[in-house]
Design a protein around this ligand. Structure first.
Ligand SMILES: Nc1ccn([C@@H]2O[C@H](COP(=O)(O)O)[C@@H](O)[C@H]2O)c(=O)n1
Ligand code: CDI
Length: 163
């Protein structure tokens, strides 16, 4: 019998100070920017939202459960590697991804110039053709913490199929 499951994910990371010299990593891509996001891992807020959506659809909890931020093993972790592990967990249970839609929430950086590179980087990790992975962004019209440039948020929705 064919089964479908939908999942959603949401994550927030604050920007670190420029002098901390952190890279900005979004969808597994280095993005030129004057500051990076703070986090125990590489703080890839878009991949974190995507992983939470995948885990949610499969009924497998959330990334904090799978990759605790108290575990030194995940200090500076490459979120693309963590995503590959999540995909392995899903495959073991017979799930495949039908499509995914990831939204960055913030004023800067603009996603537009990096959208295709992000799709090319992440679609193969999901086992998807690029057209089945949508990458988008919105500002919050300068309102709130994202509007003040204090951090970035991301949302993701995925559909899984089994059978
Ligand atoms: N970080 C961002 C934010 C927005 N965009 C693009 O701009 C469009 C308009 O944004 P609004 O918040 O005014 O709706 C949006 O649809 C994106 O195409 C972006 O690339 N990066
Ligand atoms: C992947 C992890 C690993 O520490 O990354 P963090 O950088 O701590 O990011 P957060 O989204 O706060 O929590 C998820 C963690 O599991």
């Amino acid at each position: 019998m064919i089964a479908f499951r939908v999942g959603q994910g949401f994550d927030v990371h604050r920007f670190s100070a420029p002098e901390e010299g952190r890279r900005l990593v979004l969808m597994g891509c280095d993005i030129p920017h004057d500051r990076g996001l703070a986090g125990h891992s590489d703080a890839d807020v878009m991949l974190h939202a995507l992983m939470d959506a995948l885990l949610g659809a499969a009924g497998l909890g959330d990334i904090g459960q799978h990759f605790p931020d108290t575990d030194p093993a995940y200090r500076g972790a490459d979120s693309a590697v963590l995503l590959a592990r999540v995909m392995g967990d899903l495959a073991e249970r017979g799930w495949r991804v039908v499509n995914a839609d990831v939204c960055l929430i913030g004023e800067r950086p603009k996603v537009g110039p990096h959208r295709e590179r992000m799709r090319q980087r992440v679609a193969p990790l999901l086992g998807l053709p690029e057209e089945a992975l949508n990458v988008k962004a919105t500002t919050t019209e300068k309102l709130g913490f994202t509007g003040r440039g204090e951090g970035l948020a991301a949302q993701a929705v995925v559909l899984l199929q089994r059978g």
